[in-house]
Design a protein around this ligand. Structure first.
Ligand code: UDP
Ligand code: MG
Length: 307
């Protein structure tokens, strides 16, 4: 095997037993057609369905297999693959063949001299309605958080130069959301249109709930919006309280009216108690992040590596 290949293909695999064979053969065919030296780095993200055993059986010269000790999540698996790869140019794609490997040459062609990163958009996305909706929401939400200075592209099918991965390493975030970090860096990049296929076998690992958690991660991981909201709510509450006190005092002193009322009181109380609890919750969320950042555990643990 070439120790310094020109191109590395990085693929995370999690419970894709039914598809790895087709994946490997199609990848190999496409790569052979490139007439450039290459390696295929497959990271098994703790599959428990026999994917790894199958991969071991079909592994050959140009493939490298990495097995994580358990399921660490797609982002960590991709990071592991990036680190294991040796190519000057790195291609990242999903293992489920929804990103057709046959599009790889198109992406490589778009990586011209002054471009560092090629991202993709789908002509038409073939996924279930809820999955597409979840993704759209996540993207809109992320874009709102980052503002217009960052052009967010969350697709996991992309080609980049080694320098991009070196830059990823300098981001010491706890949740290394690759697509977000790469968008955030504002590198010279192009976006091209690719086909998207139906997932023929296996199931998506992203339910609506998982996507919701991801967007929450996006909020607290990459923005101070909740903390700012808390400040605004606090300001609003304090202002309201002050105005009400002034009003009550005025009524009592000038007009001699004493306003009472359990309902008014409980409404006001519920509002402010809510604001306070929410604030404490937000603070706790960030504290949790700081805690996990201070611990500084690695993103994943590598079990086996097969060259
Ligand atoms: N994946 C992974 N670890 C996980 C979840 C997913 O490595 O914990 C891989 C999965 O095998 C696939 C890719 O990440 O190659 C994208 O997952 P999926 O196709 O389920 O997501 P979707 O297409 O719905 O975005
Ligand atoms: Mg998929």
């Amino acid at each position: 095997m070439d120790r310094n290949p020109e191109i590395s293909i990085v693929v995370p695999v999690y419970n894709e037993e039914s598809i790895v064979e087709e994946l490997c053969s199609r990848l190999k065919k496409v790569c052979d057609g490139l007439n450039r030296s290459y390696e295929i780095v497959i990271v098994d993200d703790g599959s428990d369905d026999g994917s790894f055993e199958k991969l071991q059986r079909i592994k050959e010269g140009t493939m490298r297999l990495v097995q994580l000790t358990r399921n660490f999540g797609q982002q960590s698996a991709v990071l592991a693959g990036f680190r294991m790869s040796r190519g000057k140019i790195v291609v990242q794609l999903d293992s489920d063949l929804q990103n057709p490997p046959e599009e790889i040459p198109k992406l490589l062609a778009a990586l011209t001299r002054d471009i560092d990163l090629v991202t993709t958009v789908h002509k038409k996305r073939h996924d279930e309605l809820m999955r597409v909706l979840g993704s759209k929401l996540l993207c809109k939400f992320g874009q709102m958080l980052f503002g217009n200075a960052v052009k967010l592209n969350l697709s996991s099918f992309r080609v980049m130069r080694r320098s991009v991965i070196d830059k990823i390493e300098t981001c010491r975030d706890r949740s290394r959301y690759m697509a977000v970090l790469m968008s955030w860096m504002g590198l010279p990049s192009v976006e091209i249109e690719v086909e998207h296929h139906v997932r023929k076998k296996g199931t998506t690992k992203y339910s609506f709930l998982t996507l919701f958690k991801l967007s929450w991660d996006l909020v607290t991981g990459y923005s101070n919006l909740p903390l700012r909201l808390v400040t605004y709510m606090g300001l609003f509450g304090a202002l309201m309280g002050f105005l009400m006190m002034t009003f009550l005092l005025y009524q009592r002193m000038v007009n001699g009216i004493l306003i009472e009322g359990f309902i008014v009181l409980s409404a006001v109380f519920a509002f402010f108690a809510g604001v306070q609890l929410l604030s404490v919750g937000f603070l706790g969320e960030y504290l949790g992040r700081v805690h996990s950042q201070v611990q500084g555990r690695p993103d994943y643990i590598v079990g086996k590596v097969m060259e």
